[in-house]
Design a protein around this ligand. Structure first.
Ligand code: BEZ
Length: 169
């Protein structure tokens, strides 16, 4: 059985799984936020980093990348994104205008690693000092910002944090 998955974070640029089709896509009613703690990729249990999750905001739109995958790929993705994320099904619009149902990984305030909102300055400072087994938290943010820019996507939250990191450099 084939499924669509919507990627809005590292799934945009770290494609370590097989897929049958890939194209830009968006979902409505969600915003990307650096509100999730990372114990296993960009931080540690003692010093978690900050990575993206989605928060529900009526009227907002989140742009990312859609992948058509076979069901067996979920095993890999579930393991990769095991730190607090759960699968949610949501309507998604593909760049070719098709409307499909997609699975998206979301980490909400009920998970043990959730960090929630802080000032942009605090979040940027947090990202700047964090490292984990997958590399620096700074690299995660800068790669995400660059990938969004290449796709022609404007995300104020991500670009504001990126600018604060450069101020810090
Ligand atoms: C994503 O890129 O869609 C993603 C982000 C965080 C966890 C899982 C997936």
């Amino acid at each position: 059985m084939l499924h669509w998955v919507f990627g809005y974070g590292s799934l945009i640029y770290k494609v370590d799984f097989p897929y049958l089709a890939r194209q830009p896509a968006h979902i409505l009613g969600w915003e990307r936020r650096f509100w999730q703690g990372s114990h296993d990729h960009r931080g540690t249990p003692e010093a978690p980093g900050r990575v993206v999750t989605l928060v529900e905001v009526a009227g907002q739109r989140c742009d990312g990348v859609a992948y058509c995958i076979s069901e067996s790929v979920f095993e890999h993705l579930d393991h990769r994104e095991k730190n607090g994320y759960r699968r949610v099904d949501t309507p998604m619009t593909l760049a070719d205008r098709r409307e499909v149902t997609a699975t998206v990984y979301i980490a909400d305030e009920r998970n043990h690693a959730f960090l929630g909102p802080e000032t942009l300055y605090e979040i940027a400072q947090h990202i700047d000092r964090s490292h984990g087994p997958s590399g620096s938290n700074r690299e995660y943010l800068l790669t995400l910002a660059e990938s969004l820019r290449e796709m022609g996507v404007h995300d104020q939250h991500v670009f504001d944090l990126e600018a604060l990191l450069f101020d810090n450099a």
